[in-house]
Ligand binder design. Structure first.
Ligand code: HEM
Length: 169
């Protein structure tokens, strides 16, 4: 059951695409900073910049993506619990949101305060997590366009009626 007009649905989908793919873009910038830091770029520039990016763009976007994604499911005929691809995306995004807010944001902000003598292990904290999350975001983009695995439950009998029959009822 769709609760949005066609124009409202297009606007919501546009917002969903801008926020979710913007999230992927911000993630790739974090990864680029992490690789630069690992390859010896000035830590006094790289890690404070990553701290600002994560605080003012990446973390807020992760909340926006979760909320707009949830709305895209609940306010359109896709629903949240009808199609496997939607539920898998919701589960991955929820896990990512938790990790971004509870682990990544404090860790990256701490890196920005450590000064020039960062160990290689610390520098990897800005390489491995963005690598994993960018991969997950690309996987979710592919899931969204291919929409694999079908329904979680068979459609309700009314939804399976041919259109002509439905019009008569
Ligand atoms: C809370 C998490 C999410 C949920 C519940 C969700 C749900 C949905 C739903 C229901 C649609 C169809 C909207 C419509 O037809 O009007 C959709 C489309 C889409 N989503 Fe998500 N999404 C989530 C997160 C993401 C993320 C993280 C990405 C990518 C990084 C993403 C990428 C896309 C793309 C590219 C489409 C367009 C597919 C198309 O129109 O063929 N979504 N999403």
């Amino acid at each position: 059951m769709s609760r949005l007009s066609p124009a409202g649905r297009k606007a919501l989908l546009t917002l969903h695409l801008v926020t979710s793919l913007g999230w992927l873009g911000a993630d790739l910038v974090l990864l680029a900073l992490g690789v630069a830091g690992l390859c010896g770029a000035d830590p006094a520039v790289v890690y404070p910049a990553a701290g600002l990016l994560v605080t003012y763009l990446f973390a807020p976007l992760s909340v926006a993506v979760w909320l707009v994604g949830l709305a895209s499911a609940l306010l359109t005929p896709w629903g949240l619990l009808r199609w496997r691809w939607v539920l898998v995306k919701f589960a991955i995004t929820t896990a990512m949101l938790g990790l971004v807010l509870l682990l990544l944001t404090p860790t990256v902000r701490r890196l920005g305060t450590l000064g020039p003598d960062l160990a290689a292990r610390d520098r990897l904290d800005l390489v491995i997590p963005p690598m994993v999350s960018s991969t997950l975001l690309i996987v979710m983009t592919v899931l969204s366009t291919y929409k694999p695995w079908g329904r979680l439950r068979p459609a309700a009998p009314a939804a399976r009626l041919p259109a002509a029959l439905k019009r008569r009822n």
